[in-house]
Write a protein that binds this ligand. Structure first.
Ligand SMILES: C[S@@+](CC[C@H](N)C(=O)[O-])C[C@H]1O[C@@H](n2cnc3c(N)ncnc32)[C@H](O)[C@@H]1O
Length: 268
């Protein structure tokens, strides 16, 4: 029950950010482009016929991959209906060449941790959504079970060093970490012992004018949910935390580190 309420809150926050998301999500846009390149390389000359996307958001990855595989049968999903609508409308608005009938795209609300679509899929993909999963290991096993024989599961997610300085400041001030924990590279290596895994990591840095702008940015993209059961900071705690964080950037912009993991796996 607590988890259900938490997920509803998460979907609501992302939904509320559906309009502002693309103005504020430079890192997510970059990782979507990089992931589509990795998928293209990983699939080589194979063309996926059935594709499932999880956590499509406004559609950065959907659009990049649709350009590569316009004839596949697409199942585009997200936990937030408003994000789905935004993604869907971006296909209508951005339909410059009109050369493909978009009837091969099906959009639906789905919790990627509990997929209600039947496999097999030749490609299951996701950009920057799995960090919100409660049972990542179980979910990854379920998803690889939906792959076709030579299907590929490819995703990016946040890894353990994301916002490392911010979390270190919280620790030094004895303030409980608010964000969910993000797994390390070892987690992925251990969780996928039975499937082929390729793992890459890349650090992305987003610059802000102030610590407050960093927090506002998370809100504008809907990524400000706390971990399950964690309480929001008090005003005094927040003020101290922002002051400490900003004290590390006296000579330049306030930086936020995104430690992004790229994972590709298949059952072969
Ligand atoms: C940071 S956004 C990334 C969106 C998009 N993939 C992109 O490339 O910009 C995370 C997305 O994951 C979705 N999401 C979070 N938890 C999810 C879940 N359990 N199942 C499906 N979607 C989820 C959110 O609603 C949001 O749209």
């Amino acid at each position: 029950m607590i988890e259900k309420v938490w997920k509803e809150g998460l979907a609501r926050r992302f939904g509320a950010a559906a309009q502002s998301y693309e103005r504020q999500s430079e890192v997510q846009q970059k990782t979507a482009i990089a992931l589509s390149g990795l998928i293209k390389k990983g699939l080589g000359n194979r063309t996926p016929l059935r594709i499932l996307e999880i956590g499509c958001g406004t559609g950065y990855l959907t659009r990049a991959l649709y350009d590569l595989y316009p004839d596949a049968q697409w199942f585009v999903t997200d936990i937030s209906l408003d994000m789905i609508k935004q993604c869907q409308s971006s296909f209508i608005e951005g339909d410059a060449d009109q050369s493909h009938d978009k009837g091969n795209l099906t959009f639906s609300v789905m919790d990627g941790e509990n997929p209600d679509l039947e496999g097999p899929f030749d490609l299951i993909c996701s950009n920057m959504a799995f960090q919100w999963f409660r049972d990542l290991e179980g979910s990854l096993h379920n998803l690889t079970g939906l792959l076709s024989l030579d299907g590929v599961l490819a995703f990016t997610s946040l890894a353990s060093d994301t916002f490392e300085l911010w979390h270190r400041c919280q620790q030094e001030l004895s303030i409980e970490r608010l964000a969910p924990e993000f797994p390390s590279t070892n987690f992925y290596e251990d969780s996928f012992s039975s499937v082929v895994v390729e793992i890459e990591k890349q650090l992305f840095v987003q610059c802000h004018k102030s610590g407050l702008e960093f927090l506002q940015n998370l809100k504008d993209i809907g990524a400000h949910s706390s971990g399950l059961g964690r309480k929001p900071l008090g005003t005094g705690q927040l003020r101290r935390l922002l002051k400490k964080y900003e004290s590390y950037f006296t000579d330049g912009p306030i930086e936020a580190d995104y430690d992004v993991i790229f994972v590709l796996c298949s059952n072969r």
